[in-house]
Design a protein around this ligand. Structure first.
Ligand code: CTP
Length: 408
């Protein structure tokens, strides 16, 4: 599994002498595995050339909101969505004032208004400007809105004065940005997902299968990758192509799926069983096509291995998530299934009246020991994202509540 997505960092550079230190920040961010895109204010280009940042980041540098050519590549809204984090270093007094006022008069301020990503500022300015009531007010307003700050430091300034206003060092900015909670909810986690139906052969041309399209499992694989995980998708014959850029293993029968899962499971931190595994298979598979001779034909079926229960019984085991397809008493059946199979979480589908199977949208009720959450009807891609965010949350909570090792 080596297909994890790197965190996307949008670095804003405004016009101050400390802009040269932002070059070092780009290098450190890339060393830390981030993809960095730089947006400069016009004033910043007087201190460092866009070409420098382009060479360091390996990405085109943007300055203008109204640059039609650049906008056709990735427009300002796409750029705002692309970012997992925004960091502005240096953030001048003018930039802080424009952000505090909610202006969108250049590309950088527009992206800051349009993004849902957390924003970190590294202020840098003359000490009198920093202490000015106008700047103090803007600083307070930005903090109130959830913008985080690193620095400024106190010391000698480019203007020859001594006081607070020096931009924090790149190492401190990096620590403020990357330290603490992971940048992406499943960063560094390895997620194994099963998807689609299985096919149990009766003879060379006939098989037992079900209506699963594999869409939910594929959506989960894509969302897990988006959340920073390394993903492996083990799938039966699906109605849609396997997702690009994700390691996938195609199988046909439940037995093959079980074998592939058990082979991959030691490398997994999370296992999500989204496949609709056939519970039974024909006791024998005819080597030749069955001929219609009698008026009736009896097929003897035998139970398939329960992959989910097998994984949950392993020691050590990953965080285990199962699905339940219920047509009645959804809550009671799902809870019973979670307990019986010793799951960390179960996502229950209401499949009465053909709902969920093969459809674009779905609703889920998710249960875990001591909690539940309902996700209303929505496209499977959004549902997958919400479910993975909940899985990341539960993993963090489970880890936080585990007794600390004393080392004795
Ligand atoms: N599962 C599995 N291996 C099987 C059967 C099921 O891994 N041989 C997994 C599915 O991927 C799903 C969950 O177990 O995560 C579903 O459990 P199951 O007991 O099959 O429940 P339902 O399909 O809801 O069926 P029922 O309760 O009617 O048996």
């Amino acid at each position: 599994m080596d297909n994890a997505r790197s965190p996307n960092i949008l670095l804003g550079v405004s016009g101050g002498i400390a802009a040269y230190k932002a070059c070092e920040l780009v290098r450190r961010l890339r060393d830390a595995g981030c993809v960095v895109r730089v947006v400069m204010t016009r004033a910043a280009t007087a201190f460092v050339t866009p070409l420098t940042f382009q060479a360091l980041s390996g990405q085109p540098v943007r300055m203008d909101l109204l640059d039609a050519e650049a906008e056709s590549g990735m427009d300002h809204i796409a750029l705002a969505r692309w970012a997992d984090r925004v960091v502005i270093a240096p953030a001048t007094a003018d930039l802080m004032a424009r952000l505090a006022a909610g202006l969108a008069d250049d590309l950088l301020t527009t992206v800051c208004l349009a993004t849902e990503a957390p924003i970190l500022l590294a202020p840098a300015m003359n000490r009198v400007m920093w202490e000015h009531p106008a700047t103090r007010g803007n600083h307070a307003r930005l903090l109130e809105r959830g913008v985080r700050m690193v620095g400024p430091d106190t010391g000698g300034q480019a203007c020859g004065e001594h006081g607070a206003g020096r931009m924090a060092e790149p190492a401190s900015i990096l620590q403020a940005l990357l330290g603490g909670a992971p940048l992406l909810p499943l960063q560094g986690r390895r997620v194994l997902i099963t998807a689609g139906p299985t096919r149990e052969a009766i003879d060379p041309v006939r098989f037992i299968a079900n209506r699963s399209s594999g869409r939910m499992g594929v959506a989960l694989a894509e969302a897990a990758r988006e959340a920073g995980a390394e993903v492996c998708l083990i799938h039966g014959p699906m109605a849609l192509p396997a997702p690009a850029g994700i390691r996938n293993i195609a199988v046909e029968t439940a037995a093959e799926m079980a074998q592939a899962v058990l082979q991959e499971i030691p490398a997994a931190d999370v296992f999500i069983a989204a496949a609709a595994v056939a519970d039974y298979r024909p006791r024998t598979t005819s080597a030749q096509k069955l001929k219609k001779t009698a008026d009736t034909l009896t097929l003897e079926l035998v139970r398939n291995p329960d992959i989910l229960a097998q994984v949950a019984a392993l020691e050590p085991r990953p965080f285990v998530v199962g699905f339940a397809a219920e047509t009645e008493n959804l809550r009671a059946h799902a809870l019973e299934k979670m307990q019986r199979k010793h799951l960390d979480m179960i996502a229950a589908n209401d499949v009465s009246g053909g709902r969920a199977f093969g459809t674009e949208d779905n609703a889920l009720t998710v249960f875990w020991p001591g909690g539940e959450r309902r996700f209303p009807e929505q496209p499977k891609a959004l549902l997958a994202r919400a479910l993975l965010a909940l899985i990341a949350e539960r993993i963090e909570e489970t880890r936080a509540s585990e007794p600390m090792e004393t080392g004795r």
